[in-house]
Design a protein around this ligand. Sequence first.
Ligand code: MG
Length: 236
Amino acid sequence: MVPPFAAVYFDCDSTLSSIEGIDELLQFADPDLQKDVAELTRQAMNGTLPLAEVYESRLGKLAPRREQLDLVGAHYVQNLVPDALVTVQALQFLGKHVGIVSGGLLVPVQHIARHLGVPLDCVHAVPLLFEVDGTYRDFDHDSPLWKNGGKVPVVRGAPSTHQPMVFVGDGITDLETKEHVGRFIGFGGVVARDAVRAGADHFVETSSLAGILAFVLSEPERIALQNDARFRSLPI
Ligand SMILES: [Mg+2]
């Protein structure tokens, strides 16, 4: 599909921010628990344990407290990918909707959304449930985003005014949206995965998120950005 696109949706971990949010929770765990969780992650990556099962047992073991999620959110913001903010601002200046679809945890992802000026109703991630004293109870199993294929119903369910949409991400669950969006851009600025590079419509190798703009904009949109001092220096 060719530009113009109505919306650009981003993955969060290793796309908008250079960290992986759930890994950040490890810093609050004791060394035995850290080893335990690292082993689960290893098994998920080797395919010996299903992703969904690992998601559930990792969170159960880490049992994050409510206030720890705000710390992870602050780390997301401290580790923003270069030019993430100006890229979002350029897209919004052109009248595009911007959204975030993440398999991470909702509260930290909302932190980065607020920082970037992304409306919270366009932010999709996995909500956690807490006891009244702030201890972990469970995560919201009704969210599709803790399983493979989970981003597909989210992009398909986006408002019709957000179509056609571009999706930008670094991972396999991002690539799964490709057949359901107007264009899929792989972002390799933090982690470059061969499978994503091979499957994407376009792949960005630069560390700057602004590298996606060349694959998103129509010619009139490119000119509009060049005519605005805030965006003139972007690689467009
Ligand atoms: Mg990612």
